[in-house]
Write a protein that binds this ligand. Sequence first.
Ligand code: SF4
Length: 290
Amino acid sequence: MKTRDKFSPYSLHLYDVECAKQYYFEYLDAYTSDFRNKPKLKQILVEDGRSKDLVFGDVIHRVLNDFFHLVSAERTEPRLIEILKETWAGPRGKERGFPQIEDERKHYERALKLLKRFAQTQNLNPEITYLPQTENEGEFIKENLLMFPFEPGIILQGKIDRIDREEDGYHLIDYKTSRSESHDDLQLSAYAILSRQALGKPIHKASYLYLETGNFKTFPVTEETEAKTRQRIVEMISRIKADEEFAPRPGKRCYWCPYVEFCPAKDKANEYIAELRQSRGETETTDLPF
Ligand code: SF4
């Protein structure tokens, strides 16, 4: 079986917490992991109307990143909303995530509300010491990927949203557009290792910033938490390398999965998707997986 020598905090979370089979399709399967097939697979989600939340999360991340690249004097609420309009560049339509215009309107309004609240409640002029650089590649935006050799033959890589310099040290911030606020510390601790090794910035604390509510969920970062995280990552990678089955774990996550058609748990996955479609209705109460 194909093996892998690059791991990210996201891929480890996908394998360990979400679904090992989705990890397999994403990174190991000869067909679905091939980058030439990714646009086709993404289109399955788009046409099925299941990519709206993913597009929404991506737009919000891009808007905030562009906003914080501005000089302090330009970081105002009207400018933030202007960047949203430019980034949305709509209507995006069926090819770019929204088969129904009503759905697109609803998500745009949600983005508008979220960003207005962000401008009114968050510090718009923190002392930022790291923000990803972005590069336009046609319709796609490429963010710089940080990486470093974690162990012999193993690369740890990932994208960090923001690092602020505060009175007590470096503060790493990971934006979340999900309504669930139940994320554990593993991803943040792994990003903290990445920051120290790839950027030379030792993190003092790391937070998820839940953009729907403005809540921070903060974890301290110490030598001890870093040593424990290293151990967890090494143990996880050896489990991944030894795994021959990559058992599917059908659940709510299947709604956002582009590999349903290939999945041995397809029937169960489709039941979850139907259930979720029904429960979403007009109320959009679903937790997002990122
Ligand atoms: S459809 Fe569900 S169970 Fe199958 S790979 Fe995707 S997330 Fe996992």
